[in-house]
Design a protein around this ligand. Structure first.
Ligand code: A3P
Length: 280
């Protein structure tokens, strides 16, 4: 409902139609120096994968500025599997998929980092995303998006199950968007430690600065080669829209907040702390 174009369906889950080799991903050969950044869409995936890529590539800012982001970090859900063998190590992948679609024992063979964002802000970001991408042809408003979330009719399946699955896996580094916003230095340090990379305080601060919202929004490597300048501008606004905590207060009324929180109370692992920052 609300989507003009068909979504892909598999095992009761819906996926965007750009998902290509869904069932081939399981047989991808992984290496010890591969890193997978996993997140539910609109949770800070792009931000985290850029941080991870820079750590793995010894802060090669020049390369980060000059090579298209989509060539540096492969979007597992979208790229043909043959492309994965063509990029050099250490490889960095991003995905929104759950364990059942990912390569066998991925978390023990490679490094896996999961990013969670407070679901209220994630949904606001998601609304803008589905409205912008022409392939979705989405015409609804926020209440419809929230209903989809409550009924698990959103892409990539039940949000609570998505988060629980990775939170409960001891080999996964679990971070939050809110951690990155509020404590970027400490969070980047944690990621570097997890990846087994030594970084000086000075290097970490440089990375904090390079991956700030303002700097990422103006980094040319994020823009598809578009002849049409207005489209390029939109592209910027899609992946780097507001970059803030708490935009949800402009979309949720008390009843909507209640229904979302009720779902989380029933389905989310009770040890997972969500930081909304405001209340209604
Ligand atoms: P908003 O739409 O709330 O602004 P994803 O990469 O998973 O699609 O997530 C996109 C969200 O992360 C967008 O949220 C985007 O603005 C935000 N984001 C991207 N880079 C960021 C950065 N460097 N700092 C803060 N937020 C960032």
């Amino acid at each position: 409902e609300g989507f003009g174009k068909k979504l892909l369906r598999h095992n009761d889950k819906m996926f965007p139609s750009f998902v290509s080799d869904l069932l081939k991903i399981k047989s991808l050969k992984t290496n010890a120096d591969d890193t997978f950044v996993v997140a539910y869409p609109k949770s800070g995936t792009t931000w985290t994968e850029e941080i991870v890529w820079l750590i793995q590539n010894n802060l090669d800012l020049e390369k980060a500025n000059s090579i298209a982001h989509t060539e540096r970090v492969l979007f597992l859900d979208e790229v043909p599997m043959t492309k994965c063998d063509q990029i050099s190590s250490p490889r960095v992948f991003k995905t929104h998929l759950t364990f059942d679609y990912l390569p066998e024992n991925i978390e023990t063979k490679s490094k896996l980092i999961y990013v969670m964002r407070n679901p209220k802000d994630m949904l606001v970001s998601y609304l803008h995303f589905v409205k912008w991408i022409k392939g979705f042809s989405f015409t609804g408003e926020f209440d419809l998006i929230l209903n989809h979330f409550l009924q698990n009719k959103i892409i990539y399946g039940n949000w609570c199950e998505h988060v629980n699955q990775f939170y409960e896996c001891p080999k996964v580094l679990f971070i939050t968007y809110e951690d990155l916003v509020e404590e970027p230095f400490e969070t980047i340090k944690k990621i570097a430690c997890f990846l087994g990379k030594e970084m000086s305080d000075d290097q970490i601060w440089r990375l904090v600065d390079f991956t700030s919202f303002k700097n990422m929004k103006t980094n040319e490597s994020f823009y598809f080669q578009e002849a049409d300048q207005t489209k390029t501008q939109n592209q910027r606004d899609l992946f780097f829209r507001k970059g803030k905590i708490g935009d949800w207060v402009n979309y949720f009324d008390e009843k909507m907040s209640f229904s979302l929180e009720q779902k989380l109370k029933c389905e989310l692992n009770p040890n997972i702390q969500i930081r909304y920052h405001f209340s209604n």
